[in-house]
Write a protein that binds this ligand. Structure first.
Ligand code: OGA
Ligand code: NI
Length: 370
């Protein structure tokens, strides 16, 4: 079926089916998208089919040869610091995205993390169901589509979330056993890398190196272990709808399959996987506190016949759980000529704005403008 046929089909169906009921039935299986694929479906359920106007628009957007900047962190503690800070500044101001290599996390830590997440998703569905919940107070939870009940189109992915937002005391027993050691080791390493990146970003903003650490940017995190099963009709849906991230910074580990795209210069640009590399992007919170100097850029994941694909974005969230902190444009970055663009906010307030709209609507950024 080509896309124009699909648009006609969905024009008829979008209005005349009980979406909420089908969404609920899918959720009740607790088997996620992988459950559909394992059942051998050839036509994807209509809750996953994007609206006709989006599918048509897709025909006019094209990929380019652009490449997200790659920054070599070798020598970050030595002679190369200044050069690295310049590269980070340029990437954060224009792309909002870059990849890092020689970042110090051993390759086996990355590989074992991806393997652990694959293994979790491949567990017997009855075992996985024990983790299936939408209860935000649980530090570790598995489900398909965190926004399933209010998004316009469901995404072709399942997610294991490991978060410190409800409580910073993450008991090791809460992790699924198959990925416990790998996830704990990865989190330890990625948090350390985040600290280095926040130092570089502070310097890139013209602040002292410790600034973003002192306001707690790397303190709490949400680790999303994403699993994108192969899709029989990838042109009709997406792995992840276009969005910007609700974080200060996101560090993303991906396998070699690809599918992540960044919106740059009015086009979708693919982020080419690099063995041992990690993708870094500026989130909405850093755009706000940098008073728009750094950009939080829209990105998405396309669906594919090829898979499963595994990726693990870690969102660094600042202080939330114990003493929620307000954040706003950094004083040193504003002046009479460059007044603050945003008011102070808390993550909880940002989230309530964000989740009252669908993921691909305007982000809450404009609602926090002064
Ligand atoms: C996300 C995201 C990209 C990916 O979960 O916010 O952008 O490659 N994921 O999985
Ligand atoms: Ni994202």
């Amino acid at each position: 079926m080509d896309i124009s046929d699909a648009s006609r089909t969905t024009t008829q169906t979008v209005t005349d089916y009980d979406r909420a009921k089908e969404v609920q039935a899918f959720d009740d299986t607790k088997a996620g998208v992988k459950g559909l694929v394992d059942a051998g479906i050839v036509n994807i359920p209509r809750i996953f089919i994007r609206p006709p106007e989006e599918l048509v628009e897709e025909l006019t957007s094209h990929q380019t040869n652009f490449q997200v900047p790659v920054i070599d962190l070798d020598g970050v503690r030595g002679n190369n610091l200044e050069e690295i800070v310049d590269q980070v500044r340029a990437a954060a101001e224009t792309w909002g995205f870059f990849q890092v290599v020689n970042h110090g996390i051993p390759l086996n830590v990355l590989e074992e993390m991806i393997e652990g997440i694959s293994k979790f998703n491949e567990l017997d569905v009855e075992l996985k169901k024990e983790f299936y919940t939408r209860d935000q107070t649980r530090n570790v939870r598995f489900n398909s589509n965190f926004d399933l009940h209010y998004s316009r189109t469901a995404n072709w992915r399942d997610t294991l979330t490991i978060s410190t937002l409800a409580s910073t005391n993450l008991d090791p027993n809460e992790y699924p056993e198959v990925c416990r050691d790998a996830a704990r080791e990865y989190i330890k390493n990625v948090t350390k890398l985040a600290e280095t990146l926040f130092e570089l970003l502070s310097l890139a903003l013209g602040l002292k190196a410790e600034h973003l650490l002192e306001i707690g940017c790397p303190k709490e995190y949400i680790l999303l272990c994403q699993y994108y099963p192969p899709c029989p009709q990838p042109d009709l849906t997406l792995g992840a709808t276009g969005h910007s991230d609700p974080s200060f910074l996101t560090i993303l580990l991906q396998d070699q399959i690809g599918g992540l795209q960044v919106f740059h210069d009015n086009q979708w640009v693919g982020v080419q996987p690099i063995v041992g590399g990690l993708v870094v992007n500026i989130g909405d919170f850093l755009q706000i506190i940098s008073n728009d100097k750094f950009k939080s850029v829209k990105h998405r994941v396309v669906a594919s016949h090829v898979g499963p694909r595994v990726s693990v974005p870690c969102f660094f969230m600042g202080h939330n759980a114990e003493i929620p902190k307000s954040y706003g444009p950094i004083k040193e970055l504003t002046s009479a000529e460059n007044p603050p663009i945003y008011r102070d906010f808390r993550a909880s307030e940002y989230f309530s704005k964000r989740f009252s709209t669908v993921l691909d609507d305007n982000s809450p950024l404009h609602q926090l403008k002064l």
